[in-house]
Design a protein. Structure first.
Ligand SMILES: Nc1ncnc2c1ncn2[C@@H]1O[C@H](COP(=O)(O)OP(=O)(O)OP(=O)(O)O)[C@@H](O)[C@H]1O
Ligand SMILES: [Mg+2]
Lengths: 318, 361
């Protein structure tokens, strides 16, 4: 008997298998020598090792040490750095803000991206030249959008600050905690929306016209139809974007935060990544900062696993 | 009593200069199975989609029952549509696919369940009710699509080439299934196809479209035996009707240098396009001299391709009929069709159908 059922794979291995599986057998290329594929992979592997595994290992190692501030050796302290971080009220406050910030940025960026994509999809349905033009504009946009977003909140020339002023809101980005938080969220969302827009739009365009038409005949109410047909069919895109957006909010908003709080008084909201940077590079507390970044890595890992475990199953693929 | 009236309906797509569908007039009676047939791009889908409400009606009026539906939402038109690529909701099970339209119409749950069960029984979908469409074969998906239409109990079914994604054998059996189902439910059906065999076998009445206009409306055999134009003659029937240049003079038909006596009064004089079905030609003692180019054996019959007076001609002969390289052939009595050379319109529309008189009586 050659066709015994395969033993159940452990969950992580299944996850890996899903990513590593060749998409279609037809696309598989046969190599006569097993060495050749590794050679092709080498540059990519090197990049991953140098820029990801190596620093990760470094971070984990140094999180168990306290480094002498002047660089004269280090002392092994076990879990002490972790204890210090988790025990600190300031750390917990920043963690709380990070959670709030991440939820807000992710929800708003996804929501706005989806809203814009739905509107655009209505306009360009079937007109592919139009679509290409629109998408290419948005594809160039994100860095520019980021810059513009910063300018919107500039204390002196920012139109947003002026606008708020007309409504009696004396916005002081970099001075007032919640004003800064507001600006950080708006700019972060603003930067991420185009990206979400593109993916949602192409997801919408991927829904077959006949399926939409069948739904039009089956359901009169546009909102119901959107909830019952469009949204579930967009779920794979949405799931992918959810992970990307959470990661974005946790890590890639660093530059936005930096511009807003750098060289400003201490009472400003920051996220965990920024604290890692502050403690490590400004405070020279390499051990503590490493411990924090390891915690952050674990949080992201757990979040991603949870999402795959609970969400991916409910998302329809294919 | 449901009926559908299509009154002088035209369609101009935004941005296109010409009409895609022009001046369609058609009244569909209760329970009738109407097939729209015509070559690709002739406007079949456009017409169907205007009835469904998926395209705006540029001119004219569509009435379903006694309601004008031009401005009625597709969901409120009391129609159900079956699409070419099934258009099932991929994230729903077969059961949910069928129930979706009813749920949105606030049909009571018990009623939904009963109707879905009944449709599943009729279409033999019972074992698949809890599967998602991706786990079904093409034929099963097509049946689910039909089930989704059936449970709605609409005034009309609209089909847009529902079988063209299936293989030939399945197509034949599904064709039968659709016909049986429609007979049983007695629901008006409008069925779009470019397959003339499908059209012939399914239709109560056939609507032949050409370039956005109705070329002819009639029962399949009526159209087969009395095509209104050369277009219909060449489109309906396989092999296509022979169309050759000829001339009527007095009571004689001239084809090149040859002449045949007419057995009925000539409907016109001068040059005409002569139409003869391949099966209405046979060997004879006197008539036209036919030289054979090649033979296609179809089993039940053999198609003999050749020419008469330099014009191509096809004969359908019994499989055992002797064939010589060159033979004398003659048409069956009353089997000649005459068409205007310029307009292609039939001349003498009242010509009796050969050998088929009894069928219509
Ligand atoms: N959305 C559209 N915009 C502009 N022109 C269109 C549109 N849809 C169809 N047409 C044109 O209208 C005409 C009729 O198209 P339609 O789809 O009704 O043809 P059809 O008879 O269904 O053909 P087929 O057998 O290939 O499906 C064609 O000339 C087509 O180019
Ligand atoms: Mg069509």
């Amino acid at each position: 008997m050659t066709d015994l059922p395969a033993p159940p794979l452990p969950r992580l291995a299944r996850l890996r298998a899903r990513f590593l599986a060749a998409p279609e057998p037809a696309k598989r290329v046969q190599f006569d020598r097993p060495l050749l594929p590794w050679l092709f992979l080498l540059p990519q592997l090197a990049v991953i090792v140098v820029f990801f595994y190596w620093p990760s290992v470094q971070a984990i190692t140094s999180s168990f040490y306290i480094e002498d501030p002047f660089g004269f050796g280090s002392t092994f302290v076990g879990m002490e750095n972790y204890g210090d971080a988790l025990g600190s009220a300031e750390y917990r406050r920043i963690a709380g803000f990070t959670a709030f910030f991440t939820v807000m940025v992710t929800a708003l960026a996804l929501g706005l991206g989806l809203l814009l994509a739905v509107k655009a999809d209505k306009v360009i349905r079937g007109r592919s030249a139009y679509r290409t033009a629109l998408i290419s504009v948005y594809a160039i946009a994100p860095p520019v959008a980021g810059l513009m977003g910063m300018m919107l909140f500039d204390q002196h020339i920012g139109p947003f600050v002026k606008l708020a002023g007309w409504f009696g809101w004396d916005m002081k980005v970099g001075l007032n905690y919640w004003d800064t938080a507001f600006a950080m969220i708006v700019v972060s969302v603003w930067k991420q929306v185009p990206y979400n827009f593109i993916f949602f739009l192409s997801g919408l365009q991927g829904i077959p016209a006949a399926v939409r038409e069948a739904a039009v005949i089956d359901c009169k109410n546009g909102l119901r139809r959107f909830a019952g047909i469009t949204l579930p069919l967009l779920a794979p895109t949405g799931f992918f974007l959810l992970i990307i957006n959470i990661t974005y909010a946790l890590f890639d908003t660093f530059a936005v935060i930096d511009v807003m709080v750098k060289d400003k008084p201490a009472n400003n909201p920051i996220t965990l990544v920024y604290k890692v940077y502050l403690d490590g590079f400004r405070g020279n507390d390499i051990g503590g900062s490493s411990a924090q970044s390891v915690i952050l890595m674990l949080v992201v890992l757990v979040l991603t696993l949870v999402q795959f475990r609970y969400l991916e199953r409910r998302v329809h693929y294919g | 009593m449901a009926s559908i009236e299509i009154l002088n309906v035209s369609k101009t797509y935004p941005g296109s200069a010409a009409r895609s569908v022009t001046g369609i007039d058609l009244t569909i009676r209760d329970g009738e199975f109407i097939v729209l047939v015509g070559p690709s791009g002739c406007g079949k889908s456009t017409l169907l989609r205007m009835v469904a409400g998926l395209e705006d009606i540029s001119e004219g009026e569509v009435r379903i029952g006694d309601r004008r539906v031009n401005d009625v939402d597709p969901a409120d038109r009391d129609i159900a549509m079956v699409f070419q690529n099934y258009a099932l909701y991929p994230h729903m099970t077969v059961r949910e696919n069928m129930a979706y339209g009813l749920k949105n119409r606030r049909t009571p749950a018990a009623e939904i369940e009963a109707r879905v069960a009944e449709a599943a029984r009729m279409l033999e979908l019972g074992p698949y009710l809890d599967r998602k469409p991706r786990a079904l074969s093409g034929g099963q998906r097509q049946r689910v699509a039909m089930g989704r239409a059936v449970v709605r109990q609409p005034a009309a079914f609209l089909f847009d080439e529902p079988l063209s994604n299936l293989d030939a054998k399945l197509r034949v059996s599904m064709r039968g299934e659709i016909r049986r189902l429609q007979r049983r439910l007695g629901t008006i059906s409008i069925y779009v196809t470019h397959d003339q065999l499908e059209a012939m076998t399914l239709a109560d009445r056939l609507v032949v479209l050409n370039a956005g206009r109705i070329e002819q409306v009639g029962a399949p055999l009526e159209i087969y035996h009395q095509p209104a134009s050369t277009f219909v003659a060449s489109f309906i029937g396989s092999p296509a009707m022979n169309l050759i240049d000829a001339e009527l003079s007095g009571s004689q038909l001239r084809i090149g240098g040859a002449a045949l006596p007419l057995d009925a009064p000539a409907p016109a004089q001068g040059p005409v396009t002569l139409g003869i079905r391949a099966e209405h030609l046979h060997r004879a003692a006197s008539g036209l001299s036919f030289s054979v180019d090649f033979i296609e054996e179809l089993g039940a019959q053999r198609l003999v391709h050749g020419h008469v007076e330099g014009q191509p001609l096809t004969l359908a002969l019994p499989p055992d009929a002797p064939v010589a390289d060159s033979m004398v052939i003659a048409p069956a009595p009353g089997a000649l069709h005459f068409f205007d050379t310029a307009s292609g319109q039939r001349l003498g529309a009242a010509a009796p159908a050969p050998r088929a008189k009894g069928v219509f009586a």
